[in-house]
Design a protein around this ligand. Sequence first.
Ligand SMILES: Cc1cc2nc3c(=O)[nH]c(=O)nc-3n(C[C@H](O)[C@H](O)[C@H](O)COP(=O)(O)O)c2cc1C
Length: 337
Amino acid sequence: MNLNTPLLKSDTFYLAPLRGVTVRVFRNEFARCFESPNIAIAPFVPSVAGHRVKPGLLSDIDTSVEQKMNLVPQVISKDVAQLRVMLRAFKDLGYDCADLNAGCPWPFVAKKGRGSGLMRDVDNFARMLEAGCEEMPSGFSVKVRLGLKTPDLLMERMELINGFPLRELAIHARTAKQMYEGDVLLDEFAVAAAACRHPVVYNGDICSFKDFQYLKNRFSSITRWMIGRGLAVDPFLMESIRAGNQVDRDIAKLKLFLDQYLVDCEEELSGNNPVMGRVKELWNYLHTGLVQGKRIWDSVKICRSVDEYRRVIDNSFNRPPKFKEDLSTLELNKKCI
Ligand SMILES: Cc1cc2nc3c(=O)[nH]c(=O)nc-3n(C[C@H](O)[C@H](O)[C@H](O)COP(=O)(O)O)c2cc1C
């Protein structure tokens, strides 16, 4: 494997939507403190019955407040009329691109025909794609998985998908049954990407610059990359990927980010519980990248108030924690070569 694969100028990076984590205040503070991906896909907004979408549902993607990342809103829906209403609401906010979530693996979502379950009913899936492309001409994209229980449903639907003028297709290289764990299925991704006539966005387990280089080597024609948990675990990841090596990760910068993120969350949410819920969602990922992460996480998990949390973080950073040397996952995945 060549670890010095040059990053093509045309490579585009996306912040994956992580509901509860990559929300507006996170995206904005991230953009202030760290190198950001080129585009962020916002966590999904569920479609609703009726002709109007309540503004509260759209607060995360509201364009009248600061959005520091280039944002593409995402909708989750199985209803054509509701999809149109939501896409019009996105357009009213000024968006000319939108993404349809056809990948959410949670059984209570998929069983009802939404998220990854959307691809099961081919006729309805076709109607959704048609409505999406009509409402957002040349701006409609879809985020999918390789299949439900087995990695074949996406290939079964590829001819249909190819028949619509999508902006791109983001493929999380897992089945819904895998949820977010187990090996990404790179052979199956390769087959699907080759069959797709739209630009393909690779998604799944990019956790280090080595993971990225491994994938870039393997899929040289892919130029769009979506990263979720990797950026929540190591906010310096984008900088390392663009530099082509592991950059020094300035712990003081991480502390500044965490302090400011807390302030932002307090401004947006009211009360200890929602604020603590929000910061714990982030720490759930962040701690796994730090050598002392488990100890910090054990203390953060049991915090019930913002003051308590502040004390825990200040104490934990008195002796600055360190990032683990190498957070790669895919490099070890030799069987995929
Ligand atoms: C907590 C969590 C929330 C997520 N929320 C969304 C979402 O709102 N929309 C979506 O399309 N995918 C969502 N995903 C899936 C991610 O966007 C991404 O496809 C998945 O995490 C794999 O990429 P990664 O390995 O880079 O994290 C979510 C995943 C997690 C773990």
